[in-house]
Structure formats: structure tokens, C-alpha cells
Design a protein around this ligand. Structure first.
Ligand code: SF4
Length: 303
């Protein structure tokens, strides 16, 4: 089988064939076993809304497309996204061999596969059980916790808990850290809610000034647990109202990553991995600020 990249990958929003993209973020399925209230995947205007979530590119074809894109853009790191990527476990088991390093962004409710030491799982948890389950569904925190407890001793992939901080969780982050300290989780990373332009969820902050309560709480936890909390202090400094607009205006995440959304039997791009309708002026994704503080450079990108 020979893939025609022009036919199978539609670059939009300024992405071009000639640019180096050290990281690909790929939505390998639109299916998910949860229905989280703040998920942006099916929001109006994002690529996935137009197609059936069950219309997927078969494994062989998808891996061939991804390998060709890897070679065209010089990609070394793959972030496997969904939907829930563990619903395509066999694809991941084959796909991780294509890259120097892999991250699987999962809701953690499906038992994890050992994909080797060059893969880490980014397990989404929104806060302690009551905060998490209000967003992700009843009992989901316990399912994640049980899956981590049941990992075999020989499991080699790293586990990184990722918490999207909102107004409802900002006062409960210390509890989350305490719950995962001493478990199979190697790290906790705090990202901050990225609202849509017309966000009506009520879980974000109206202004960057108001968001600083949450940023300062993450700073406190980083100082208290420097080896367990991933966020670096220089990146948190850049989230201050006097710096954040200039990070968003020249977003280092957008210029580093090729985002691939499913569009029927093809891939398409969007403004960034958060879709088309995001309010960059209130962006809280941790990685944009991390790359602004320290530009991506393999292999120490998560130092
Ligand atoms: S939403 Fe955030 S990560 Fe995406 S382009 Fe805007 S500033 Fe960058």
C-alpha cells in the first residue's frame, strides 16, 4: 500500500508541508468510553463534529500515514490522543515503535498496556474523587486508582497524572497530590482550563488576574513537591497577566506540534490541538508556557 499524503492529510490553518514538527499530536479515534463535561472534541467548529465517531482509518493505513508524516516533518515524539486512545490498543502497540518517545493521553479507566520505557501515560484526573467524578462521571476516579494499583510490578511505562485545573478544583489540588504520592504515578502535571471563545461552562476564569489564585497554588505545590509536580516555576511566571498575552501571540506549542484530527478516512489540522474555537488570550495549557520558558529540545523536553 502506498499512501498519497496530499489525499489523506489536509493541512489547514497555516500548517505546511515543509515545516519541521518535532511533535505530532494525533487523535486516533473519536470514540470514548466517557462523556466528560469539558471535552472540546465535539464542540462546534472543531473537525471531529462532522463525521461519525465510528468512521476510523484502519490500523495499517493510519500507521503508514503517520510514518510518512514523521519522515516529512522530522518528528521524534508522538502524543496519541482520542477520544480514548486505549480503545485502539493494537494500533498503539505497533505505533510506539515508530517514534523515539511516545505519550498516550488517556482517561485511565481502561487497563493500561505496558508499551515500554519510551512511552509514558498521561492519565487525566480532574481533582479528588468528588471533583473528578462531577466532570468525568460517577466512579471514574476509583476506576483510575484501581487500574494504577493493579499494574504489575514489572510495568515499564511511566505514569503522569494530568489535572486540568478549573475554578472548582483550584482549592483542592493539594488533596490530589496527596492521593497520588506513593502510588504508581511518577509525576503530576497541572494544566489550566483552555476556554472556547464563547465559553459558557462557568469552570474557567473571567480574567488572567483571577486565574492567578490557581497558578499560585500550583507554584506552592511545586515548591513543596519539586520532584513530583512537573510544572516548572519559570513557566508559571509566564502565566502572569503581564506575560501570558505575548506567549499566546507567538505560541511556541502551535509552532512545535502538528495536530492531526480525524476527518473521515483522512486527517485534517485545526488552529491547534485544542481545536478551532479556543480563546488563546485565556489559554492555560501548561505546555505552551513550558515551551515558552524552555523551547522544546529532545530528549530533555520534560526536564
Ligand atoms: S489555545 Fe493555547 S496552545 Fe492553542 S494556539 Fe492558542 S495559545 Fe497556543
Amino acid at each position: 500500500m502506498t499512501i498519497d499524503l496530499h489525499e489523506r492529510v489536509h493541512l489547514t490553518h497555516g500548517y505546511d508541508e515543509g515545516s519541521a514538527r518535532p511533535i505530532i499530536v494525533c487523535y486516533v479515534t473519536n470514540r470514548c468510553n466517557l462523556a466528560c463535561t469539558h471535552c472540546f472534541l465535539y464542540r462546534d467548529g472543531n473537525p471531529n463534529e462532522r463525521v461519525s465517531p465510528r468512521l476510523e482509518i484502519p490500523d495499517d493505513e493510519m500507521l503508514e500515514i503517520i510514518e510518512a508524516l514523521r519522515d516529512r516533518h522530522g518528528t521524534r515524539v508522538m502524543v496519541w490522543m482520542g477520544g480514548e486512545p486505549m480503545l485502539r490498543r493494537s494500533l498503539l502497540e505497533r505505533g510506539v515503535g515508530l517514534f523515539d518517545y511516545n505519550v498516550v493521553d488517556t482517561n485511565g479507566t481502561i487497563p493500561l498496556a505496558d508499551l515500554g520505557p519510551l512511552t509514558s501515560f498521561l492519565v487525566s484526573v480532574e481533582g479528588p474523587p468528588d471533583v473528578n467524578d462531577a466532570i468525568r462521571g460517577a466512579g471514574t476516579f476509583a476506576r483510575v486508582y484501581r487500574n494504577l494499583e493493579n499494574l504489575p510490578d514489572a510495568f515499564t511505562s511511566a505514569i503522569n497524572i494530568q489535572c486540568t485545573v478549573t475554578r472548582s478544583s483550584q482549592g483542592r489540588l493539594g488533596e490530589l497530590v496527596d492521593l497520588f504520592l506513593g502510588t504508581r504515578a511518577n509525576l503530576v502535571t497541572f494544566s489550566f482550563y483552555v476556554p472556547a471563545v464563547d465559553d459558557t461552562t462557568g469552570i474557567g476564569w473571567e480574567t488572567l488576574e483571577k486565574r492567578m489564585v490557581a497558578v499560585e497554588e500550583v507554584r506552592r505545590l511545586k515548591i513543596e513537591h519539586p520532584a513530583f509536580v512537573t510544572n516548572n516555576l519559570a513557566a508559571l511566571d509566564l502565566m502572569a497577566p503581564e506575560h501570558a498575552p505575548s506567549v499566546a501571540a507567538d505560541c511556541p506549542f502551535r509552532s512545535t506540534v502538528l495536530p492531526l484530527f480525524l476527518d473521515g478516512r483522512s486527517f485534517t489540522t485545526a488552529h491547534c490541538t485544542y481545536g478551532n474555537d479556543v480563546d488563546c488570550s485565556r489559554c492555560g495549557t501548561w505546555i505552551a508556557y513550558e515551551f515558552a520558558a524552555k523551547p522544546f529540545a529532545f530528549p530533555d523536553y520534560d526536564a
